[in-house]
Ligand binder design. Sequence first.
Ligand code: CA
Ligand code: CA
Length: 205
Amino acid sequence: MKILNMNTMVLKRYFLNKQGFSLIELIVVMVIAAILIVAGGISMKPALARRNVRDCGTNMISDIQLIRSYAQSEGHRAVFQLTNTAKAEDIDGDGLSEYYIGFLDMNSNGVHESGDTILIHGTGGDELCSSRVSVDNTTLPSGRIIFDPLGLVMSGAANRNIFLTASGTATRIEMVSLAGMLRYYINTDDCGGDGCTVGDLWEEL
Ligand SMILES: [Ca+2]
Ligand SMILES: [Ca+2]
């Protein structure tokens, strides 16, 4: 009985001591974990921003290709129209903001009006861009690409860029017109403060 009591005392002392030691351990581990989380968050930011830009760009290009296919199948000019600012705005006047719309241009004047058929607005890829990516159309004349009924790019959109930026990165999609067709490239690294130049990494989408 006496031996049992002694063992109990030893165990109690061990666990009391162990408990105190575990608290210190716990604090140390929590501090290290906090440092790792903060450091990890900082290092992940540019990668996350680039992914947002890539997602936005990939879906935007998919929508542009869809608009082109409507021009061919419907036999009308079809227009991809970006906002005039880097922010979402109500391009088609339906009360909802968007970065871009696509429409069949029934009277072939390049401008969206009530008689034109909306193909895309404020959905799909546009949602991926909103709030996470800024879209700059300043090098794309009137912010639009017009496809003729054959699906060829009409004048103005050749060798132009759509700049897509997100916090922590600066990249762009470059469109190269080849016999009226568009090819898309995305910068795969951070272009940095000097913008994208020769020597930066590009990948065809
Ligand atoms: Ca709208
Ligand atoms: Ca029109």
